[in-house]
Design a protein around this ligand. Sequence first.
Ligand code: F6P
Length: 598
Amino acid sequence: MNAQSNLLSLDINVLAVLAVSLLMSVSAVVLAAFLWWRLRSTRTAPVVTNDPPNLDQACKLLYEFEKNGRAADDVLVNWSPETLRQLLASELPDAQVIVVSNREPYIHNLVDGKVKLLVPASGLVSALEPVTRTCSGTWIAYGGGSADRLTVDDNDRIQVPPDRPSYMLRRVWLKDEELQGYYYGFANDGLWPLCHIAFTRPIFRASDFEMYEAVNQKFADIVVEEARNERPIVLVQDYHFALLPRMIRQRLPEATIITFWHIPWPNSEVFSICPWREKILDGLLGSSIIGFHIQFHCNNFTESVDRFLESRIEREDPSITYRGSTTLVHPYPISIEWPPVGFKNQPNASECRRQIFEKYGFDEDTRLCAGVERLDYTKGIVDRFMALDQFFQKNPDWLGRLVFLQIAAPSRGTLAAYQQLHRQCLDYVDDFNRRYGNDRYKPIILLDEYHNQEDICRVYRAADICVVSSLHDGMNLVAKEFVATRDDEQGVLILSTFAGASRELLDALIVNPYDPSAVSDALLRGLSMPAEEQRDRMRRMREVVRSNNVYRWAGSMLLDAARLRKRSEAYEATEPAARAETASNVVPLMGKKKGALR
Ligand code: F6P
């Protein structure tokens, strides 16, 4: 009896516990469902707009993006030429946009007595050309073509693009000794190897630096000549013009000067090798904004300033105040136009493949790897051939079935480092083809000549794999162009971890170019990747390039410029006594303390 009643009370307790647990679970589910419903009903769907963001939205958008690596939830802008045009009209009305670069977007050459047009192999040109077209700006550049002087007007100007003129190119003439000292000497024998980790020693000569200063001054004079008013927006491009921002600032104190450094910036210890390091930093800090592709290079630049100049550095909203003026230091990852107009009228992928296979006499079952670059020691061309060597050692069954087509456009050919590289590539390929090839089969085809955009597009579209194995690269637009041409959503990108593009194109096979065995493994992985996986990866990469296109790059910089100009106007309108307060309250981007706004 006792045992029975104990059993009964145990049952009741168990039942009670079960009932309470059930009640709690049901309440939890009901509560969760209620909260989920509330959340859904209060959250607005993101607005996708083709309009440029106004300044408030833009601040939110860009800061969210920079801080969290994604755009704000509520406004997604489809950046396009139209967005950029509207942005200029609404936020920077009447502003004259002046672009300054060494390389010109259109070169006229005299070939067999006829004037021939050439679009140079330059990432800078492919990015800036569509932007300048959109802004109807003025582009100032060195006129290096043999027929350049024949094609300009009396003021050294020419309307371009030739088929649909929409902006003005102002050509600057340089004497041989100027070109030698400024371009080949200080820029490409000195700064280029200094800024790239490629283990090529920089060479610094005082005479080169003098010429660099003189040529920068020549360009500064021409910027002033071309400026229609006191406040143009000047977009200074690259390491050829480190001294130019300060020189322009001295003549046009009200100008908004945005300097974009297209190559990496070294760490401060490496930078200290440059005998004119303080002058370079001082020159650049004449800018209102200095842009790099990635945060890493912004940090290196800021560290260099910290080490060599008396300045105040604001790390939270990154800016540098020096000699009483403040310069923003921001990452703006460069890109290409979208949709990629240059590739628009090209045949589709299977037709490109057919044409390329026919041209080079490949068997139908051949698999094609492609590399496209300037012949430059930073691009890791020989290193990728070494990886291919390992690949064939490990996978001899691929011999006869795999071809590597390498386009290597001649570049800076009078410099010893480039001549050596050219020789090294030719010798390596000769030896390679002797070891692995035969009369009918050459595993590497090296095309060491210039190719136009149409040829390049055909190669991109024909390839199974595109290899971008730069030893060091600011961004690398070949990677983005390859993705842009692959509207068939096929093809594999092998991408160096030391190219800025690897921060965005996460669906590439990311490799260390110094490790031939890793690159060889990536080749095998790429060759055996199922079509479905290629499609998924390519889709995601295309979406990245579509949304982070070059209009976004330019738009972000111009929005920051607009913000600076508006705040500077507000500052000027403030009573002098209240200016210190204004600077600290209204100008968060400019740093928390005083500093002339411009
Ligand atoms: O990568 C730096 C860069 O200036 C690019 O912007 C450009 O694509 C390339 O070098 C071209 O070099 P160059 O003008 O010397 O031929």
